[in-house]
Design a protein around this ligand. Sequence first.
Ligand code: SAM
Length: 291
Amino acid sequence: MKNLSSKEVVKDILNKSGFKFSKSLGQNFLIDDSVLDSIVYGAELCDEDYVLEIGPGFGTLTQKLCKNAKKVVAVEIDKTAIPILEENLKEFDNVKIINDDVLKLDLQKLCDEEFEGKSFKVVANLPYYITTPIVMALLENSLNISMLVVMVQKEVALRFSAKPNKKDYGAITLSVDYYCDTEMVCDVPPHCFMPPPKVTSSVIKFIVRDEKKVSPKDEKLFFNVIKAAFGMRRKTLLNALSNSGSINLSKDEINSTLEECSIDPRRRGETLDIFEFCTLSDKIFEKISKK
Ligand code: SAM
């Protein structure tokens, strides 16, 4: 089996195949064995596990996933990488390669078919240009996922896992917090990739909870309130919510609603945790329903 974390081996593949890295597809391939091992270790794989890998590239991570899991489904958009991937994975009979755009696939159908309807893990060195849409699509679509272990830009990892009152805390943090707990696995410097990206990366783990963290009366309104609160970050909650245009209450009504929730209207959105956002959106829901 080729050692795909060797720069020389990757260079040899590039020379022989004429493959060119595509910046627009986020192709920064991992060439550091210890990082690959940290990802696999972070995913706590066992031989009963089903794994979805997004963007296998040449199959560097895929090889390790195949060795440690029951079955791997690897979705790669770049058709020029597919023959190389097939060649590099030919000795494994527990992998299915799919040449498609992960954002266009019916993942529910695919994973039900390939994973016998059982829960699965997502393990990937994600293409950075679509990290957030991929992660949110995976979390929001009620897929049977138990865990995600993914490489993302460090600044995005910090946003996913931030705590209230921190500068990285925002609407995306709360969306993630709604579905799962997060853990940082490791930081990864640019020299661990080929070609090296301009920024530091991080491996982050999302452990999907059986139950969502809160149960708002109206989920759509809950996320609208969060979006409105962070839409004007520097403004007080009262101003941000009343100027957003997405909450059907007057400024006075919003003021009294905040006070009824024991939330000072002068606070900013970034100071509220997910429980306070749920209390607030439920109270807003009650008021709007009575109108
Ligand atoms: N897994 C390989 C590694 O770690 O060396 C490659 C990771 S590279 C950061 C991201 C991979 O995602 C590339 O192979 C790229 O072609 C693929 N990719 C980009 N956009 C994609 C999409 N929408 N659907 C599926 N794969 C995609």
